[in-house]
Design a protein. Structure first.
Length: 156
């Protein structure tokens, strides 16, 4: 239930703001790198008194670090035009975030039998899923258009 709530929240943020999947996906990758390089952040969170029942401070810190760069870009990154592409982008962003969060959150969540099967299947295909999502992110970034320079070659 928590994973679905996180996915719905991330989907909603990306869809409402119409942010591009490629940039958000690469920001998730940056967050994954940050979470691996700042392992002591759980101690900082617990010393600040931030407590989430049933979630160890290290897990909370790792999850926040994974999401933080993309959440910053949700409010300031490049956009899609409204339409089906924005919906697909939002779905891919939420899915990418959930795949990355299954690592830290998968062990602390109380899952039913169906949830456990889904998490195990995702973990089994984790390398393939992550590789595919990173490639899709890169393709989206490559396909971004920069504004055309009108009058190129003309003197002002």
């Amino acid at each position: 239930m928590i994973i679905l709530a996180i996915a719905a929240l991330l989907f909603g943020l990306a869809f409402i703001t119409k942010r591009r999947f490629g940039v958000l996906g690469l920001a998730l990758c940056a967050g994954l790198v940050l979470s691996g390089t700042l392992p002591g952040l759980g101690n900082v969170i617990s010393s600040m008194g931030v407590v989430v029942p049933g979630v160890h401070p290290d897990v909370l810190a790792e999850s926040l670090l994974i999401l933080l760069p993309s959440l910053v870009l949700v409010f300031g990154g490049p956009r899609y035009q409204p339409g089906i592409i924005a919906i697909i982008s939002s779905i891919l962003y939420a899915a990418f975030a959930i795949v990355l969060l299954l690592g830290p959150l998968g062990d602390v969540l109380d899952l039913d039998a169906t949830g456990e099967r889904i998490v195990e299947a995702a973990r089994g295909a984790n390398t393939l899923l992550l590789s595919g999502l990173v490639v899709l992110s890169l393709i989206d970034v490559i396909l971004m258009r920069t504004p055309a320079h009108h009058g190129k070659g003309k003197k002002h």
